[in-house]
Design a protein around this ligand. Structure first.
Ligand SMILES: [Fe+2]
Ligand SMILES: [Fe+2]
Length: 169
């Protein structure tokens, strides 16, 4: 059985993951609008990943006998100035999510909920990867600058990204 504080915090994180999916879908739409289909593809896959993070939490709440409560999902930003502007936002957003996960881990320790603490370790590792990949892309986009052929090369690279559903481990 989940404690009430942990249940509420997991439901908030579920909402945060769904918001992340929404934000990346908004970025997908932005890239489609400026005809960078590869960047758009990267964002679409990213949104699918965030949805799968949300479902992981959803399933865990149920597994522990808790109640999933779906709240309103905040409207994401819809316009950006450039691909660089988008990836600065992505990196900042992932750092913010890392902070949320760390707060949840701290709460699981305070509440002596070892199962939730163990469950959250997957997210701790995932955030290391999320920060690494978003800062890596941010640097590439920075290097490309306003050079159209470099941006098109990156667009081609990001067009190759495919969705790998995270394992249940
Ligand atoms: Fe996530
Ligand atoms: Fe993420």
């Amino acid at each position: 059985m989940l404690g009430e504080k942990i249940e509420d915090a997991l439901n908030s994180q579920l909402n945060a993951e769904l918001y992340s999916a929404y934000l990346y879908l908004a970025m997908n739409a932005y890239f489609e609008s400026i005809d960078l289909g590869g960047f758009a593809n990267w964002m679409r896959i990213q949104a699918q990943e965030e949805l799968s993070h949300g479902m992981k939490i959803h399933d865990y709440i149920i597994q522990r006998g808790g109640r999933v409560i779906l709240e309103e999902i905040e409207k994401p930003q819809t316009e950006w100035e450039s691909p660089l502007d988008v990836f600065e936002h992505v990196y900042a957003h992932e750092q913010k999510v890392t902070g949320l996960i760390n707060d949840l881990v701290n709460l699981s320790i305070e509440e002596k909920d070892h199962a939730t603490n163990n469950f959250l370790q997957w997210f701790v590792e995932e955030q290391v990867e999320e920060e690494e990949s978003s800062s890596g892309i941010l640097n590439k986009v920075k290097l490309a600058g306003k050079d159209a052929s470099s941006i098109l090369m990156l667009d081609n690279e990001f067009g190759q990204r495919m969705f790998n559903p995270p394992s249940s481990e």
